[in-house]
Design a protein around this ligand. Structure first.
Ligand SMILES: Cc1ncc(COP(=O)(O)O)c(C=O)c1O
Length: 657
């Protein structure tokens, strides 16, 4: 007899240990829990938080922010550097900065700054808007780094920061920025703090590999770097160069590439130091990856190293180069974004329905006289086992093609063609069942399986909440938040509620054994089914768009507190956009739309088509919908149990004049 399913089986199936960095786990009740500070004694049952939030009238989808995780990530990175610096007897210090483009939300940045205060953890900006935000928020003790393309007004803003006593370092991305900075500096009578971004030869990996190397958008090549030094020397500004910067891309999956880049960057630093540039900081940019699929490998959605290894690799590599070159060890700067913010936010959506696969075969009983392709298909089905999945699938495809050709030429009856198709889909579904025992699953089988899957309709928009999934095929861990003591025996893809066939997720982290599908439970009538989308904190929040006019989500900030029931309290609820907000963002003013509707309704009342009372009701209904959340109201989807009301009578035919 098969062993009963356990929560440990679910943890293994969804590879929770692989991707969660011990922030998430499953409790004995089968609910997902969060350990905001990674201590086993403190846990919050996420299903209960969701129930609590819904009871307070907040509707799904909701983005939960576990602010304690955010703080923990900041502390961990800074402490890791402190420890590595101590272990390697490194002479410089660590001054991290958080690049706000990774998640600009004010509450996120405030929390990061607060947690980073003991370490003088600073901020990085890459645009005028970001610069205005960080200038106001960052203090004088920590670094403010200005990257990205700049115009003169940005240079002036940066220099304003210097005048106010802040350490704002302007990183030169291209040669033409130098005269702009020098002019602004002369006009304002303030000496700038200058960084030079070096275009390294070491190339990153994966999706952002062109952030470095010859064709990169940013940075100075070696000749440009030397020319910049000459220009600055001629202007008497060489002593203003305080920082050397490089960034080889985000989500670097291979530690070896990080070490190579750091060694190359450190070598450039050392050579510039020997040219009498008093550079104090070596800025290694971003790139510390997140293990989204939990495989600990060098594939795009994973990393073959831990954050601790990353930190140690940087400190050691710089030290080695400085020793060889006999130059002072610089203070180390990194601009980690993804690794700081990814884990703290979790999107919860409800599955509101299932779209069954169109491939479900209907029964067509066996008869005495059947055409050869039908008999052969039956044999293939009979002989199918976990060891011959690919062979059986290829046979089935071939037989179906042959049957189709015979039908076109008039050699096969419609009944036999129907049987062949029926058997083909049955074989596909049997292959699906055998997958867990199969040693190898070929790509064409994985493709085929996408066509036989059910699709769970989920109340969210891929375009608003998971732009990286849609745009670059990024994987995120996704799993149910409850019923995890029960075997998830369905295999599905997820579709969103936008009217766009791209609004779906068909690839899931670590589910090759399930044919790339997501294992889920069957929906129970009248019961919610909550799915969690994890590691959503980096880049997703502000890159999403309002495709189909689905707006920003409701957000809830959760803090752990062991004295509170459930071990948490909800600090803040940031309400998502209403329908009228998203309409306004595309230039429809709600007041104007209401006025237009009012005029039309009044005309119908005047014409006697509708009664005045009806007119008032219709307008109220229209106006009220402007205040709605942009997502589906699950309660308003429930079909009432009572007998359906009679359909309204069709309009009377118009009388001939
Ligand atoms: C200059 C710069 N610094 C830092 C980052 C943040 O990188 P990550 O999120 O990989 O830490 C980026 C993002 O690509 C960047 O362009």
């Amino acid at each position: 007899m098969a062993k009963p399913w356990t929560v440990e089986d679910s943890a293994k199936l969804y590879n929770v240990e692989g991707w969660s960095l011990k922030y998430f786990d499953i409790n004995a009740e089968g609910n997902l829990i969060v350990h905001p500070r990674r201590t086993a004694d403190l846990s919050i049952d996420v299903k209960k938080v969701v129930d609590d939030v819904i009871a307070r009238g907040i509707r799904l989808p909701v983005l939960f922010r576990f602010q304690d995780i955010l703080r923990h990530r900041v502390t961990l990175l800074n402490e890791s550097f402190r420890k590595a610096i101590e272990d390697h007897k490194y002479k410089g210090r660590y001054y991290g900065v958080y690049p706000i483009k990774v998640n600009q939300l004010c509450e996120v940045v405030e929390e990061i700054l607060d947690a980073g205060q003991p370490y003088q953890y600073g901020l990085e900006a890459g645009s005028k808007g970001e610069l205005l935000a960080v200038l106001a928020m960052n203090g004088p003790e920590s670094l403010t780094i200005l990257n990205g393309y700049k115009d003169e007004s940005m240079m002036r803003l940066a220099l304003l920061g210097v005048k106010l006593g802040k350490k704002v370092i302007v990183v030169i991305e291209k040669p033409s920025e130098i005269p702009l900075l020098l002019k602004a500096s002369r006009d304002m009578g303030v000496r700038p703090l200058i960084g030079l971004r070096s275009k390294l030869q070491t190339q990153g990996t994966g999706r952002w590999k062109y952030s470095s190397g010859h064709s990169s958008k940013f940075g100075l090549t070696s000749p440009e770097l030397l020319a910049a030094v000459e220009t600055l020397a001629a202007a008497g500004m060489l002593d203003c160069v305080k920082l050397l910067h490089f960034h080889i891309g985000s989500q670097i999956s291979d530690i070896q590439i990080i070490k190579d880049a750091v060694k190359e960057g450190a070598r450039v630093y050392a050579k510039l130091r020997k040219k009498k540039l008093d550079i104090e900081y070596l800025d290694c940019g971003g790139g510390l990856g997140v293990d989204y699929d939990g495989t600990h490998t060098a594939v795009d959605s994973s990393t073959n190293y831990t954050p601790r290894e990353y930190v140690s690799g940087i400190v050691y590599s710089i030290k080695e180069v400085c020793k060889q070159e006999k130059v002072p060890e610089p203070n180390i700067v990194t601009e980690s974004g993804r690794s700081i913010v990814a884990h703290h936010s979790l999107m919860v959506v409800d599955a509101v329905g299932i779209i069954e696969s169109g491939a479900a075969p209907i029964e067509l009983a066996q008869t005495d006289k059947e055409a050869e392709p039908v008999t052969e298909m039956r044999e293939t089905l009979q002989d199918l086992n976990p060891k011959n999945l690919a062979e059986s699938y290829h046979d089935a495809v071939q037989r179906r093609e042959e049957a189709f050709s015979m039908f076109k030429l008039g050699y096969l009856e419609l009944e036999d063609k129907a049987k062949v198709e029926n058997l083909f889909w049955r074989i596909c579904m049997e292959i699906d069942k055998h997958l867990p025992k199969a040693k190898y699953i070929s790509e064409d089988i994985l493709d085929m399986l996408k066509t036989v899957r059910s699709q769970y309709l989920c109340n969210f928009s891929v375009f608003q909440s998971l732009p990286d999934s849609w745009a670059i095929g990024q994987l995120f861990p996704i799993m149910p938040l409850h019923r995890l003591a029960e075997e998830p025996n369905q295999r599905a893809a997820l579709v969103d509620i936008t009217c766009d066939s791209d609004g779906k997720i068909v690839q899931f982290a670590g589910h090759r054994k399930t044919g790339g599908a997501l294992p889920l439970h069957p929906l129970r009538p009248g019961e919610p089914y909550y799915l969690g989308f994890f590691l959503m904190g980096a880049y997703q929040a502000t890159m999403g768009d309002i495709h189909n006019l689905f707006g920003r989500l409701n957000e809830v900030h959760v803090f752990e507190d062991k004295d509170e029931p459930g071990g948490y309290y909800l600090e803040e609820v940031v309400h998502g956009q209403k329908v009228k907000d998203v309409l306004t963002s595309v230039q429809y003013l709600d007041a104007e739309l209401i006025k237009m509707m009012k005029d039309q309704i009044e005309n119908l009342v005047k014409a006697g088509t509708i009664k005045p009372r009806e007119g008032v009701e219709y307008l109220d209904q229209y106006e009220a919908a402007m205040e709605h959340y942009t997502y589906i109201d699950r309660n308003a989807m429930r079909v009432p149990d009572e007998a359906p009301a009679p359909a309204p009578a069709p309009p009377a035919p118009a009388k001939a004049a």
